[in-house]
Design a protein around this ligand. Structure first.
Ligand code: PPY
Length: 293
């Protein structure tokens, strides 16, 4: 039976490209969902086997919608991570193919895409009003239905093809080195060929109380074991102003004895530790090593 994979759709989103890359050559059915929350709920409610969602961007940081849903609303293990290059295009209806860029009035896209391109687009179109949509491809679809409006979408060249739009400008992200990390989440382990892959563990750590050196003690548990941390972020627990949990990503698999030791030590300090996942991670170019043949 084909694995069902939910992704933030419709066709032509960056998540669609990442999900296609992650499952390339596999017997899967990719199913689009309109929002990140719907995508995660599809797997939480067992309508699909896996969900692929964006988690962090190199320019804009965490995708809070994804992170908060995974932490507060569902208990879905992270199964794999793909780091995918992101290049944004300005897309217009063919009827606006010759309109001066500075004459466009509105720029539609996903909030992450708008944030990644904000300064570049403001320079090109100083009077643009930015309009948020649930995905970049939805913005492209809306442009396709509005030939008379001087509107642009920020999105992928695939979305331009899907909706017969013209690419008015490529590479409008504010920095060249633009990557997004995507997570595949689900209850069933993926058939992953991880012999050569690097492993990561993502932990949610909540301190017992706020006291001098509390976080320092947590970090020390990783430090003296020489476990490299690749990300640490605080997010509100949503129980009151100033209450945070920490999301800690470490470059070591959960079953490693040193990782077990670090988790035990942090727990002994009185912290609450939840494992969000222990999973292989890859850059897009190395994707062929991620999934089993
Ligand atoms: O809207 C999309 O295309 C997405 O997949 C979300 C997103 C937006 C910008 C960068 C990476 C992912």
């Amino acid at each position: 039976m084909k694995i069902k994979v939910a992704y933030l759709g419709p066709v032509g989103t960056f998540t669609h490209a990442a999900a296609s890359s992650l499952f390339e050559g596999k017997e899967v059915r990719l199913e689009p969902y309109p929002t990140i929350v719907d995508t995660l709920q599809a797997v939480a409610e067992k309508k699909v086997d896996v969900a692929v969602v964006p988690i962090e961007n190199a320019l804009e940081g965490s995708v809070h919608m994804t992170l908060d849903h995974l932490v507060h609303q569902v208990d879905l293990p992270v199964l794999a991570e793909l780091i995918y290059p992101i290049s944004h295009c300005l897309l217009a209806h063919p009827d606006q193919a010759t309109t001066q860029l500075s004459e466009f009035t509105h720029v539609l896209s996903h909030p992450q895409a708008i944030a990644q391109c904000y300064h570049t687009v403001r320079k090109l179109i100083p009077h643009a009003t930015f309009v948020h949509t649930d995905s970049t491809a939805l913005a492209a679809a809306q442009i396709g239905q509005q030939p008379a409006n001087k509107w642009l979408a920020i999105g992928t060249s695939q979305a331009a093809e899907c909706h017969q739009l013209v690419v008015r400008q490529e590479n409008v992200q504010d920095q060249a080195n633009n990557y997004t990390r995507f997570w595949a989440v689900g209850y069933q382990p993926l058939e992953i060929n991880d012999a050569d892959s690097k492993q990561k563990t993502c932990l949610q750590v909540t301190l017992p109380a706020d006291y001098p050196g509390a976080l320092y003690q947590v970090l020390a548990a990783f430090s003296w074991r020489k476990i490299n941390l690749c990300r640490i972020e605080s997010r509100p627990t949503k129980t009151g102003l100033g209450n945070y949990f920490f999301l800690i990503e470490a470059e070591m698999a959960i079953n490693h004895v040193l990782m077990q030791g670090a988790i035990d030590e942090v727990t002994a300090l009185g912290c609450k530790v939840r494992v969000l996942g222990s999973f292989p991670y890859h850059y897009h170019q190395e994707r062929q090593t991620l999934l089993g043949k």
